[in-house]
Write a protein that binds this ligand. Structure first.
Ligand code: MEV
Length: 429
C-alpha cells in the first residue's frame, strides 16, 4: 500500500470504498465478491472449523486508515460491532502521521510451553536432572515437530522452577518446566502443545514424578511488541481546547488509570477496542491476546494502565504501549477464513512480528482517541453521531433515509429507537 491516507473514505458509499480499495490493491473480482456479495465464510467451511455448526455469524469489517508505522503505510482491517472505534483510530493515526508516525518494535518472538510434574521424591534432584538433560529434551521436542525446525524455528531453550517449596503452602509441590519455542510466523498453539505432550514420558523418567498438564502459556512475555508516538501539542488542539490542555488531560487520564483499578480496566478495555478488531480480522485467537494483555498489565504486582503517557522536554505528548501479542500469519483461521485471508492481503504484513507491531500501534492510537475525547468534549458527542445511524436502521430506515433520520435525531437530541420510528413513519408517508 503506497499510502493509507484516503481522503473522504468515510463519506463514500460501501461500493465506492470497495472500488477505491480495488484501485489501491490488485484485488480480483472473486476477492471482492467474498466481501459482500457472497457468504464470505460458507457453512461448509465453518462446519470444518468448529463443532455443532448451524450457520455463521457476521460482524462489520471496517478499515483503519492513516496508519504510518516505522515509515510504512498500513490500511488496517478491523472487525468490531461498536460505533466510533474505527473512526477514532483513523483520526488519531492521522494526527500521529503528521508527527512522523508510530515507532514500533518486536525484538523477540518465543512462545512458552509448560509441563507440570508432581510427586517427585526429591524435587531439587528432579530439577537438576532436567537441567542436565536440557539438550536431550530440546532435541526430543524438535523431533516431535520437524517442520517448524525446517522453517528455522523450534524449541530453543528451557527453564525449570519448583513451585510451593514452602511446606506451609496450601498447594502440592510441583516442578514446572518451560520450553521456549520459536514458532516463526505461526501463533503456534498446535506446535507447542505437540512438543510438550511428546516430552511427558521422557520427563517422567528423568524426574521419577508424574506429568499432568502439558500446554502452552498464554502469558507470552517473550513475544512482546512495543509501540510509541511523539505528538507536538499543536496537533492535539480540539475545539476550544488548546493542544497543551488536551496533552495535560491525556496525561492526567493516564495517571488516573495508573492509580485506580476501576479506571484501569475501562482504560485498558479501550485499548483492546483497537487490538481485538485487528486480531479478529486476521483470523487470530483474540482470547489468547486478551488474556495475555490483561495479565501483563499486572506484571508489577497491581493491575494498571497498559499504556504510559508523558510529556517530553519539548512539551510533546509521548505515548507508549508494550504488550505480549501472540498472533500468527500462517496456520489456524488465518488461512482458512476467506475474509481473514483478504484482511491479510489488505494489511500487507510479511511476518507475525510485523503484524504484532501493527496491532500495538492500533491499540495505542485507540487509547489516545478515547483519552482525548474523554479529557475534552466527552465521548458521547462523537459516539452518538455514529450511534444515531444504527438507531435509524433499528427503526426501519433504509438507503438515504438512514442519514436523514440520523441527522434529525441528533438535531432533536433524542437518539432513541422510538423517536426514530416516528421519523421513519413521517418520512414514508
Ligand atoms: C468504550 O468502548 C471505551 C472507553 O470507555 C475507553 C476509555 O474509557 O478509555 C471510551
Amino acid at each position: 500500500m503506497e499510502t493509507s491516507r484516503i481522503p473522504g473514505f468515510y463519506n463514500m458509499t460501501v461500493d465506492e470504498r470497495i472500488e477505491m480499495l480495488k484501485k489501491l490493491h490488485d484485488f480480483s473480482d472473486e476477492d471482492i465478491d467474498n466481501i459482500h456479495k457472497k457468504a464470505p465464510l460458507t457453512t461448509d467451511t465453518a462446519d470444518k472449523m468448529i463443532e455443532n455448526v448451524i450457520g455463521t455469524f457476521e460482524l462489520p469489517l471496517g478499515l483503519g486508515l492513516n496508519f504510518l508505522i516505522n515509515g510504512k503505510d498500513y490500511v488496517v482491517p478491523m472487525v468490531i460491532e461498536e460505533a466510533s472505534v474505527v473512526a477514532s483510530a483513523s483520526h488519531i493515526a492521522r494526527i500521529v502521521r503528521k508527527s512522523g508516525g508510530f515507532t514500533t518494535e518486536a525484538a523477540e518472538r518465543l512462545m512458552i510451553g509448560q509441563v507440570q510434574v508432581v510427586g517427585c521424591s526429591d524435587f531439587p534432584a528432579a530439577k537438576e536432572a532436567i537441567l542436565q538433560n536440557k539438550e536431550v529434551l530440546l532435541e526430543a521436542a524438535n523431533n516431535a515437530y520437524p517442520s517448524i525446525v525446517a522453517r528455522g524455528g523450534g524449541a530453543e531453550d528451557l527453564d525449570v522452577r519448583i513451585l510451593n517449596e514452602d511446606s506451609n503452602s496450601a498447594y502440592s509441590q510441583m516442578l514446572v518446566i518451560h520450553v521456549y519455542i520459536n514458532t516463526c510466523d505461526a501463533m503456534g498453539a498446535n506446535i507447542i502443545n505437540t512438543m510438550v505432550e511428546s516430552l511427558a514420558p521422557i520427563i517422567e523418567e528423568m524426574t521419577r514424578g508424574k506429568v499432568y498438564l502439558r500446554i502452552l502459556s498464554n502469558y507470552a512475555d517473550k513475544c512482546i511488541a512495543k509501540a510509541s508516538c511523539v505528538i507536538p501539542p499543536e496537533l492535539l488542539q480540539t475545539g476550544e481546547y488548546s493542544g497543551e490542555e488536551v496533552r495535560d488531560g491525556v496525561i492526567h487520564a493516564y495517571e488516573f488509570a495508573a492509580s485506580d483499578l476501576y479506571r484501569a480496566v475501562t482504560h485498558n478495555k479501550g485499548i483492546m477496542n483497537g487490538i481485538d478488531p485487528v486480531v479478529i480480522a486476521t483470523g487470530n485467537d483474540w482470547r489468547a491476546v486478551e488474556a495475555g494483555a490483561h495479565a501483563y498489565a499486572s506484571r508489577n504486582g497491581t493491575y494498571s494502565s497498559m499504556t504510559v503517557w508523558s510529556k517530553d522536554e519539548y512539551g510533546n505528548l509521548v505515548g507508549e504501549l508494550e504488550l505480549p501479542i501472540s498472533v500468527g500469519i500462517v496456520g489456524g483461521a488465518t488461512r482458512v477464513h476467506p475474509l481473514a485471508k483478504f484482511a491479510m492481503n489488505i494489511l500487507q504484513v510479511k511476518s507475525a512480528k510485523e503484524l504484532a507491531q501493527v496491532i500495538v500501534a492500533v491499540g495505542l492510537a485507540q487509547n489516545l482517541g478515547a483519552l482525548k475525547a474523554l479529557a475534552t468534549d466527552g465521548i458521547q458527542k462523537g459516539h452518538m453521531a455514529l450511534h444515531s445511524r444504527s438507531v435509524a436502521v433499528a427503526a426501519g430506515a433504509t438507503g438515504e433515509m438512514i442519514d436523514i433520520i440520523a441527522r434529525e435525531l441528533i438535531k432533536e437530541k433524542q437518539i432513541r429507537v422510538g423517536k426514530a420510528k416516528e421519523l421513519v413513519e413521517q418520512y414514508t408517508k
